[in-house]
Design a protein around this ligand. Structure first.
Ligand code: NAD
Ligand code: MG
Length: 391
């Protein structure tokens, strides 16, 4: 029996994780859950799974949740300290890091320090804290399993040696991208898209922020950096290939000319279950892949002119230090502003570019450097938006 702490339980990854837990009650026990504000969804989860601890983002949300779940043995808590404490409970074996954005960094690091198996969906924590994150993984000898479908596919296509170290005999990592909902749109057409259009991903059902990131290709930029940290490579050793069907989830190309890939229907339950049961596998109720029905798979190069975020991510990697935290912070502010209707879709990449080129990156010697860079970049980005200065 594996005890699970699920961070970000009310989100898209959270719900798929709950689905796997519910399918295999003999294998998994939900020990603790967290969410930011969604009291209703959290109440449903608590009433169904009766976890030992539930953490909300604010006292108000905690109080409402406790009221809705009266009579349950669950301890209802709130705030950062509680979040960093639930990951370390002795009953917890695995922590699913599925909080959205930079907010996931502290609890994910706390889970690493507590020596738990880390199921990493929260790519922003690895992108921003990169080397420090991987150093902690090594120091605490934790098992880190990538849940992002592409990285999970790469992991499945590599010999199972340690993460972080350059993999022997690999010539390239081929990171696939769906291309998002605007893959074939001109810049002019993209200029006036709405949040609803941008959130409508052709293949995957996901949270709002990652859906927008997929539409701007920032998601692939973040994933490029994520792949570099996870697999010990540089952006020069990663080819991004647009594959609109999202059937091949990524590939590894070897020096002898072999290319190994992992395929499947696009459903996050597959990589989630893989992480939770590795090195075994379990049923997920995801329909089997029918290649005759799929019939055709397509591939093309990404267009960096229409989707400059991908290039910005590679630039940030080569700039090093806090550059990746700066870019991530700019992007979180930009996506939020777009969702609020305060900037246009194409302004997201423009704002990212402006922040990355204006805020100085410094080398990272401690976690505080990352938090400071995040704060400065956020303030700068918010300032640009509120001044309404042209991008
Ligand atoms: P989501 O928006 O659906 O859910 C986010 C969860 O995090 C919610 O439970 C929310 O309450 C919580 N949360 C949000 N802000 C928070 C904060 N400030 N403090 C504490 N909790 C907070 O997001 P999602 O689509 O499930 O994605 C979660 C993470 O997984 C992201 O990092 C995303 O990039 C990554 N990911 C998601 C998918 C996917 O298919 N959805 C695929 C790969 C990777
Ligand atoms: Mg992905």
């Amino acid at each position: 029996m594996q005890g699970i702490c699920l961070l970000g339980a009310t989100g898209s990854i959270g719900q798929s994780t709950l689905d796997i837990i519910a399918q295999h009650p003999e294998k998994f026990e939900l020990i603790s859950v967290s969410a930011n504000e969604s009291v209703e969804k959290m109440a449903t989860i608590c009433l169904r799974f009766k976890p030992q601890r539930a953490v909300m983002g604010s006292k108000k949300a905690r109080d409402e949740l406790a009221k809705q779940c009266e009579g349950l043995p669950t301890s209802f808590e709130w705030g950062d300290e509680a979040l960093e404490s639930i990951v370390a409970d002795s009953a917890v074996d695995q922590v699913m890091a599925a909080i959205m954005g930079f907010a996931g960094l502290r609890p994910t690091l706390a889970a690493i320090r507590a020596g738990k198996r880390i199921l990493l969906a929260n790519k922003e924590s690895l992108v921003t804290a990169g080397k420090l994150f991987m150093d902690e993984v090594e120091q605490h000898k934790v098992m880190l399993l990538p849940i992002d479908s592409e990285h999970n596919a790469i992991y499945q296509s590599l010999p199972q040696t340690s993460l972080g170290a350059h993999q022997k005999d690999v010539s390239k990592i081929i990171l696939t991208a769906s291309g998002g909902p605007f893959r074939t749109w001109s810049l002019q057409e993209m200029a006036s898209v709405t949040p609803a259009q941008a959130c409508k991903h052709p293949n995957w059902s996901m949270g709002q922020k990652i859906s927008i990131d997929s539409a701007t290709l920032m998601n692939k930029g973040l994933e490029l950096i994520e792949a570099c940290w996870l697999f010990g490579v540089t952006p020069d050793e990663v080819d991004v290939v647009v594959h609109p069907e999202s059937i091949i989830h990524s590939m590894v190309s070897y020096i002898d000319g072999s290319v190994i890939s992992q395929m499947g229907n696009p459903d996050m339950k597959i990589p989630i279950a893989y992480g939770m049961t590795w090195p075994d596998r379990v049923e997920t109720q995801v329909p089997a892949l029918n290649l005759v029905d799929v019939a055709k798979l397509h591939f093309e190069s990404p267009d960096l002119e229409r989707f400059p975020n991908l290039k910005l991510a590679a630039d940030a990697w080569f700039m090093g230090g806090t550059a990746m935290a700066i870019l991530n912070a700019a992007n979180e502010v930009a996506v939020d502003a777009f969702l609020q209707g305060n900037i246009d879709f194409l302004d997201i990449a423009k704002l990212n570019e402006k922040v990355l080129s204006s805020v100085d990156a410094v080398s990272v010697s401690a976690l505080d450097d990352v938090f400071e860079a995040d704060l400065v970049a956020r303030r700068f980005a918010q300032d640009v938006i509120s001044r309404g200065s042209s991008l």
